[in-house]
Design a protein around this ligand. Structure first.
Ligand code: ZN
Length: 445
């Protein structure tokens, strides 16, 4: 019979993790969401958030078009039912129903006949990748257009075309998805992902899938921090959330924006604007100790929603975790960023890394050695030679010595892990053992 009083910690979660199984679950969610025609507003966005609601307690908030949010205005809501270009024989040569990237996202309605010359300025293709459909948007300029493979583009012959985009752009709402998992403190960890791209997998279904898998797992553990998950349209979504929650945002102590976490590339960590915030140190420590190559890049005011969280008026400690960085892989913003481009094992690996980063945040503390004058005798406390088979299992005793020496009320466990070259999880476990033996006390601050 399971012990219902057993408290599952982040460390238990990591030790019991089947990353491949979580990766498969994430890929399945991405596959379910892939067909929806998402945008920064509209039914595709809502349908996506409702699908995520089946997994986590996400609340949806509708913000009316026209709402002023700092220097921006919530736009009219965009919805689309059908779109096509028909040739003179009545054949659909470009068909939104086959791929939602075929329509420039936020296209205004159009329904008329025109010549190829008239149509061409509204067509987008990629001559250097002739089989791929590009992804284009026009959120703030009212226009329309179609995207198609260059191979299809060059096949278009002179003649009259029937062009139809059955869309509406009218006052409605912008939808924000939000879930808060309360912790022991009101200090928050923000996990944010954008939900506005149509059929694109790495950017951005992988981020949604990771956010959902994470919220689901963290809901079942004891938490020091409160965790706020935002599933929001890129840019305007984070601006809107920040404008409506300016006071609440002060509780955010650490945060991660998640995107492009399903491809085969190594990890990229983009630092917060603060550069050496705890989240920056935690993420880099976890990636460092994983031994696989990764890139740490400095904050730049371009990219995802970290731009808004790190704007100077907020300056939140929010970094961005990716595998291949947005804009650097050829499949980025094309139909080749599909469900084959993201794979369960990479999604699962990304999930495991985020859990390890969260473990650092949850367990990083300053402790004080209660026996600071020369080394305490560990043997008489049962802490030395605590090898495999004992309750504590195989253990690196160096971690005990590092923690004892630097627990002087100034160094946190993360800095001890950084300095010793040992994994944070080992350092944290050593601290727990030493605290259990009465050799450490938590620093009151
Ligand atoms: Zn994008």
């Amino acid at each position: 019979m399971p012990d219902i009083f057993q408290i599952v910690t982040i460390t238990d979660l990591i030790q019991q993790l089947d990353a491949d199984a979580v990766g498969r679950e994430m890929h399945a969610l991405a596959a379910e969401l892939y067909p929806f025609c998402r945008s920064i507003t509209g039914e595709g966005l809502r349908e996506t958030l409702r699908a995520v609601q089946k997994h986590i307690p996400l609340s949806l908030r509708e913000v009316p078009s026209g709402t002023e949010v700092f220097d921006w205005t919530v736009p009219n809501e965009w919805n689309i039912r059908d779109a096509y270009i028909k040739n003179s024989r009545g054949e659909r040569v470009v068909d939104f129903k086959k791929h939602n990237l075929h329509v420039v996202n936020y296209s205004v309605p159009v329904n008329r006949k025109m010549s190829l010359a008239e149509l061409k300025p509204h067509l987008y293709s990629l001559p250097e990748k002739p089989d791929w459909i590009p992804y284009r948007t026009s959120y703030y300029k009212e226009t329309w257009g179609f995207c198609l493979s260059h191979r299809e583009f060059v096949k278009l012959s002179e003649g009259e075309y029937e062009v139809c985009i059955d869309s509406t752009l009218a006052p409605g709402n912008l939808t924000l998805g939000e879930a808060l998992l309360p912790g022991d403190t009101t200090d928050e960890v923000l996990i944010s992902c954008h939900c506005c791209h149509p059929s694109l997998a790495n950017d951005n279904l992988s981020g949604i899938a990771l956010g959902a898998a994470l919220a689901k797992r963290l809901a079942g553990i004891s938490r020091r921090y409160s965790y706020r998950f935002l599933f929001i349209p890129g840019t305007i979504g984070s601006i809107t959330w920040l404008a409506l929650n300016e006071e609440q945002a002060k509780n955010i102590k650490h945060g991660l924006v998640l995107s492009c976490v399903g491809d085969a590339g190594g990890f990229t960590y983009k630092k917060s604007r603060r550069d050496d915030a705890e989240i920056d140190r935690a993420a880099q420590h976890v990636l460092n100790t994983s031994l696989a190559p990764y890139r740490a890049v400095d904050f730049i005011p371009y990219g995802y929603d970290e731009r808004q969280y790190c704007s100077p008026g907020f300056n939140l400690a929010v970094g961005c975790l990716l595998r291949s960085q947005n804009g650097t892989f050829p499949e980025y913003h094309t139909s080749a960023d599909n469900l084959d481009f993201i794979q369960p094992r990479f999604l699962g690996d990304s999930f495991a890394k985020v859990l390890s980063i969260i473990e650092v945040l949850e367990k990083n503390r300053v402790w004080v050695n209660q026996n600071p004058k020369c080394e305490p005798r560990l043997g008489k406390r049962g802490l030395y030679n605590a090898v495999g088979g004992t309750r504590t299992g195989a253990f690196n005793e160096m971690a005990l010595l590092w923690v004892l020496n630097f627990s002087d009320g100034e160094h946190d466990l993360l800095s001890i892990a950084e300095r010793s070259g040992l994994a944070f999880s080992e350092i944290a476990r050593a601290a727990e053992m030493l605290a259990g033996a009465g050799l450490l006390k938590q620093h009151p601050a």
